[in-house]
Ligand binder design. Sequence first.
Ligand SMILES: N[C@@H](CCC(=O)N[C@@H](CS)C(=O)NCC(=O)O)C(=O)O
Length: 274
Amino acid sequence: MLYQYKTCPFCSKVRVFLDYHRIPYEIVEVNPVMRQEIKWSAYKKVPILMVNGTVQLNDSSVIISALMTYLISKDMTIPQILACYPEIKAKNESGKDVTEFGNKYWVMVNDAHCEQLYPEKDSRNEEIKWRKWADDWLVHLISPNVYRTLGEALASFDYIVHEGKFGRFEGFFAKYVGAAAMWIISKKLRNKHNLQEDVRQDLYKAVNDWVAAVGKKKKFMGGESPNLADLAVFGVLRVMEGLQAFNDMMENTKVKHWYGRMEKTLLHNCSPAE
Ligand SMILES: N[C@@H](CCC(=O)N[C@@H](CS)C(=O)NCC(=O)O)C(=O)O
């Protein structure tokens, strides 16, 4: 059971991972205003994944690393694996309580499995580096880009309200008030994350850096098939689909070939198994 907001990049990353590995799941769409669907949980963010109705996995990267570990090391149970990703409570620069998780980009595999999963010398470090980059940098480019102008902010909220779970009045309110608020907030985010005046330039550079890191010789960063970094970057970028920022990115960067290969692979994996 995946508790999510459909248009949240962290939730999208988890869906891409589950779909790619053909792990079946049901979705509980959380109302972002009241959030009553996750009232029972002490952890207050989405995504949350409940496994067999009993084990709770929090944080997109922990969910992905823990499930990947489970798929490979068949001898460990999910609770045993979860113990490898300890919850760390801390305060951030502004004194706000934040929850982090230790080792969250680390897939717990023994030496034999490690060689099978990461046959190239540096491929494990590379995967970790770019998964972290997707969470710490790429996601921060989404809001400033999709709420860049008032018109774009309205289009984005139209999409969020359409895809998400909102009451009728909430939806109307969210669209106009939310769009105006996010348009203003996105300027603050732009400064907070030191983005350029023209936020598109940061997005274009980021995806071109990604394409360069994948390199010309490989289909995916993982080689012939996507690794966890491919799945994460695709999951983040996918939330912009249908919006102006996405179309601009496709037109003005080199990402479309890799993106197309990811789409094709996922479509193939989503079709019923033979
Ligand atoms: N590090 C977390 C971040 C998750 C996150 O920030 N989720 C947002 C939605 S995009 C959230 O639930 N924020 C709290 C809220 O909406 O109240 C992860 O990777 O899952």
